[in-house]
Design a protein around this ligand. Structure first.
Ligand SMILES: *Cc1c(COP(=O)(O)O)cnc(C)c1O
Length: 355
């Protein structure tokens, strides 16, 4: 039994892997692999339609919000968002809470003015700066809901009067939010809703078509909406795995059901962390991420030994991000509570041995 705490790509529900592997050989009793069917076939259109309607249902989206599955990973959205929504000579507000937000800011500067209205850089992104002012004429406010590398998370939606845009790559569908408050949400699927190779987007169609620049067709959200995510060949298999994962989320009681389990995992982990003097959390308690826990050891000499123990106990993906060091354990939707129970037991035993 292995326990997969990888940060991304990351754990998938076992039944999703099973169904996906069956479809690799014989998809829906067609005798063909999901990898060798046309995307404009009724069977695949069924998959895409089901994925879109599951997102609408799970996120309780209103009719203004469209769902897209696009190529390119979340990093493409760092560019595609400002290309579609930011105007030369106008300003977009960005919050800089970590590595991913900083990358989004860099790309947005290619398309207009960027005002960084809040930053947690002064303390190595170990907290969330929640007080800030957005210029009234800002075209939108962009933020990262969960900072995958640094281990912080926004626990409520920032208050603002301008259109809100979020990179939800590492916590999409992990908790209940009023998703209709966003003009645009994007997420690489490989953390909470599938595998690498596809982005899930939720776009308010009324936010589009306002910039004066000419948009390449493939970059224009409107052409993807008009073509139902089939402007060109979509990442067929990645969308299929997302559809299976969405079905699984629904089966688990939807977003509310998943959120309950995610809360349980986070509480179990952080209460253990706080009870063991050997370990130390790196971020402000009130801003701790329920998806990615970042922690270190008071005595760094023991870190290698702890990683060896994790390896022996089949705990995968505990090593911290290269830019932060220490440890990171990711508790994405598909990670069972039982894996966190094993991790905290290993930490307690280690604490007893060396504490
Ligand atoms: C992983 C991640 C990204 C990058 O996703 P790619 O699909 O590799 O481009 C962007 N933002 C956040 C918050 C992430 O966790």
């Amino acid at each position: 039994m292995v326990h997969n705490f990888n940060a991304g790509p990351s754990i998938l529900p076992y039944e999703v892997l099973q169904q996906a592997s069956e479809a690799l050989l014989n998809f829906n009793n067609t005798g063909l692999s999901i990898l060798e069917i046309g995307h404009r076939t009724p069977v695949f259109e069924g998959v895409l339609n089901e994925a879109v309607s599951l997102v609408k249902e799970l996120m309780q989206l209103d009719s203004e919000h469209e769902v897209l599955f696009l190529h390119g990973g979340a990093s493409t959205q760092f560019m595609q968002v400002p290309m579609n929504l930011l105007e030369e000579g106008k300003t977009a507000a960005y919050i800089d809470n970590g590595i991913w937000g900083s990358k989004a800011i860099k790309e947005a500067r290619l398309f207009g003015n960027v005002e960084v209205v809040a930053s947690s850089k002064d303390k190595n992104h170990t907290y969330i700066q929640k007080e800030f002012t957005v210029p009234a004429d800002a075209l939108y406010l962009h933020y990262t809901t969960n900072n995958t590398v640094e281990g912080t998370q926004w626990h409520s939606i920032p208050e603002t009067n301008v259109p809100l845009i979020a990179d939800m790559s590492s916590d999409i569908l992990s908790r209940q939010l009023d998703f209709n408050r966003f003009s645009l949400i994007y997420a690489g699927a490989q953390k909470n809703v599938g595998i690498a190779g596809v982005n899930l987007l939720v776009v308010n169609k009324n936010a589009l078509g306002k910039v004066s620049r000419k948009l390449p067709t493939i970059m224009d959200y409107r052409s993807h909406i008009d073509n139902g995510s089939m402007l060109n060949t979509p990442p067929v298999f990645a969308i299929y795995v997302s559809m299976l994962t969405l079905r699984w989320i629904k089966k688990m009681g939807g977003v509310t059901g998943i959120e309950k389990l995610n809360n349980e995992k986070a509480e179990l982990f952080y209460s253990t962390l706080d009870s063991l003097p050997l370990f130390k959390g790196l971020v402000a308690k009130e801003d701790r991420s329920k998806m990615n826990a970042v922690f270190i050891m008071e005595n760094p000499d023991l870190e290698k030994q702890f990683l060896d123990v994790c390896k022996r106990e089949n705990l995968y993906g505990i090593k911290g991000h290269r830019s932060v060091g220490g440890f990171r354990a990711s508790f994405y939707n598909a990670l069972p509570v039982s894996s966190v129970q094993v991790l905290v037991q290993v930490m307690k035993d280690f604490g007893t041995q060396f504490g």
